[in-house]
Design a protein around this ligand. Sequence first.
Ligand SMILES: *Cc1c(COP(=O)(O)O)cnc(C)c1O
Length: 384
Amino acid sequence: MNSTRDIPFGRPWLDDVDRNAVIEVLQGHILTHGPKCAEFETKFQNMMQGGYAVTTSSCMASLHLAAIWYNFGPGDEIIVPAQTHVATVHAVELVGAKPIFVDCVAETGNIDPELIEAAISDKTKGIFLVHFAGIPAQMDSIMGIAKRYDLIVVEDCALAVGSLFDGKHVGLFGNVGCFSFYPVKHITTGEGGMLVSNDKETANNIANFRAFSVDRTHGERKIPGVYDVTGVGMNYRMSEMQAALGCTQVDKIPDILYQRSQNFKYLKNGLSEIEHVNILDSTDSRAQNSHYCLIMVLNKSSRDARGRVIEKMKQRGIGTSVYYPQPVPRMEYYKSKYGYSSKHFPNAELISDCSIALPVGPHLGINEMEYICTNTLSILKEEI
Ligand SMILES: *Cc1c(COP(=O)(O)O)cnc(C)c1O
């Protein structure tokens, strides 16, 4: 097998339909506050089969909007996953609330519902959770806890376009769901995000707040330029160029999900013969994975081998990644602010220190998947 391949971990899927949609916006004069954002929101709602969608400038912006909107602040405690993108936790930290880290389940990487309850105090106001690498979190148990303790739930769905729990799209279980359209996610607008709520009023209010809290849109102004301001809002809007790209990208979601699931299945199957390697996937038959990537977790004693495996894969042209390089509470800022003890987060540590994320994106066909599988097997046999 030759080693001249170059297989990137992720690559946006763009064609002339996408490019022409952006050019069309640039041939007109409306670059923001226009029809493309509204169209993208409608299309996204249809894809999710529910909820009210609000375009934003990023997933981080959506998470931040949620933390502000629910008035979390000093004195409040918010339950967060130890194993997630730092954005999930930054949103809580930015408004002055205290993140309370909870470890994940080893099989899925998702927050462990059994540990959530033990972390709740009378200061707890909410749960910010992530659907880890597109594997849906245990939403029935989590929403049960939230109901019992009257907690706000915010879902970080950045890698979870197409993730369902019991037939319902994730992001529609909690109060708010937050999506990302960063280039390597399922679909992209360059930078960009979406905030989704089941509650129309919440969605409208947050939409208003992400645009300076002015009380009427351009279309609603009887006299141009005349409006009032009802709060201290932000500018977290999406542009029309981005939204136009979002519209054409949404149309590709069924194909993207199909190709991802095929690639994932092939690779999971191929790697199953290796002992002492755990592949993260949904364990609940109601949980439909969106297959962002395939995360294989080597056992603890292979900690040193991981770097060598990644290096060999790189030499053979196979792009990999790590989700995530540290449990968030072990990252410098959070560690020095809140202290850290590895005994509280053994599963998050195992995934951070011993896992490798392999690509399964729609930029890869059966030939690439065969190449990745064969080489991963031979490298693992050499190294562990
Ligand atoms: C990428 C990612 C984010 C950040 O998304 P942006 O749109 O870049 O702000 C947040 N959470 C998770 C889980 C992610 O993977």
